[in-house]
Design a protein around this ligand. Structure first.
Ligand code: M6R
Length: 367
């Protein structure tokens, strides 16, 4: 049932071109120049008049929520807050009937997310679910929702559900932006054309980087710590890369927004500290370049994720992994792939149970 792969996690990493495509199928209609999502369309008024969107989730789904915040604020200009379900529910949050609360959950069974949603519903918010498991508790509890169609995810470390969540959030943000009129018709059209090509780009990333990453994993499998840095859209990916590594390889790893390095974590950098820097040639590229200089001058070992054809960062670092050049909105879907593979190959070398890491369950149904 692992389809020839040694672990479910590796199979699921490789399934991503397909699972992203399945999530977009029937929704992203480039010929008609529309994004069709009944869950959003049926409640258009609510979405277009929402004063705020609150995204609640846990773990990897929370990281997807953070990318969703950037996408929805940037494209559709609706204020978004992203909350850990467990914090939100216990802190007497301010919620009104002008709020939309979106829960993101692969399993749809995460106890803290369910409790947070129930609370939001009691306070009058419209509640929306983004789940992978059909007919799960969250899917049934919510007023409306959209499924990610990633297919069953068996590995405890979430991979294909995450990229499906990112693709779905991109579609929601673009659809809302179109109806709100916060992006031009031309921009909408060129972005949906590009989004449709993302599954192929993901396939390229896997094909072009897997053997290189295996070698990098050999160099760093013995490390005691890792830092992951990213900015903007790729800050949540730094968090996700670190989470993948810690949960399956048991190496301590921290993700940080790159600019925060100087406020503390820089003190940790020496020749024994591998630092994964997500540095696509987008947004704040120059700032990332100076972060890399700072790491270099302290002899940290940089593994950089760069845009194909990059020369500046490439010349500065020992390892650089290339991803195709796409709009910044979609870079997280590509930049996370090498980080999933890196965590996977390091875990394999450390001979641990990749699909069933110690102390973890696939769905966390306890509070
Ligand atoms: O099923 P959910 O998306 O609600 O699960 C949330 C987290 O428990 C989950 O993402 C967890 O962090 C994964 N093991 C991460 O790989």
């Amino acid at each position: 049932e692992k389809g020839g792969y040694e672990h479910f996690m590796l199979k699921e990493i490789h399934e991503q071109p397909r699972s992203i495509m399945d999530t977009m199928r029937g929704r992203l209609l480039v010929e008609e120049d529309i994004i069709q999502m009944a869950g959003i369309w049926d409640y258009q008024e609510k979405f277009l008049n929402a004063e705020r969107i609150i995204i609640i989730s846990c773990g990897t789904s929370w990281h997807a929520g953070l990318v969703g915040e950037y996408l929805i604020e940037d494209l559709a200009r609706i204020p978004v807050e992203v909350e850990y379900a467990s914090e939100f529910r216990y802190r007497n949050p301010i919620i009104t009937d002008k709020d939309i609360v979106i829960a993101i959950s692969q399993s749809g069974e995460t106890a803290d997310s369910i409790a947070a949603l129930k609370l939001a519903k009691e306070k009058g918010a419209f509640i929306y679910g983004i789940c992978n498991v059909i007919d799960s508790s969250i899917a049934r509890l919510t007023d409306a929702g959209s499924y990610t169609h990633a297919g069953p995810e068996i590995g405890v470390a979430s991979t294909k559900a995450f990229t499906a969540q990112l693709a779905l959030l991109a579609m929601i943000a673009l659809k809302l932006a179109k109806h709100k009129g916060t992006i031009s018709k031309e921009r909408f059209n060129s972005l949906i054309i590009e989004l449709e090509t993302i599954p192929e780009r993901v396939a390229e990333v896997i094909k072009n980087t897997e053997s290189q990453i295996k070698k990098i994993a050999e160099l760093y499998a013995g490390a005691g710590n890792f830092l992951y840095l990213g900015r903007g859209y790729n800050y949540p990916i730094a968090l996700e890369g670190a989470l993948k590594l810690k949960e399956i390889s048991y190496i301590h790893a921290e993700g940080y927004p790159a600019a925060e390095m100087k406020h503390g974590p820089i003190a940790l950098i020496d020749e024994n500290m591998p630092v994964v820097v997500i540095a696509p040639k987008k947004g704040y590229y120059d700032k990332i370049v100076s972060n890399i200089q700072e790491i270099n001058s302290r002899k940290g070992k940089v593994i950089a994720i760069v845009t194909q054809g990059d020369t500046v960062v490439k010349d500065m670092v020992t390892e650089s992994i290339e991803i195709p050049d796409v709009s910044e909105y979609f870079t997280p879907i590509l930049s996370v792939i090498p980080l999933q593979l890196l965590a996977y190959y390091i875990a394999v070398l450390r001979d641990v149970n990749v699909d069933q890491p110690r102390n973890l369950a696939k769905s966390v149904t306890v509070e």
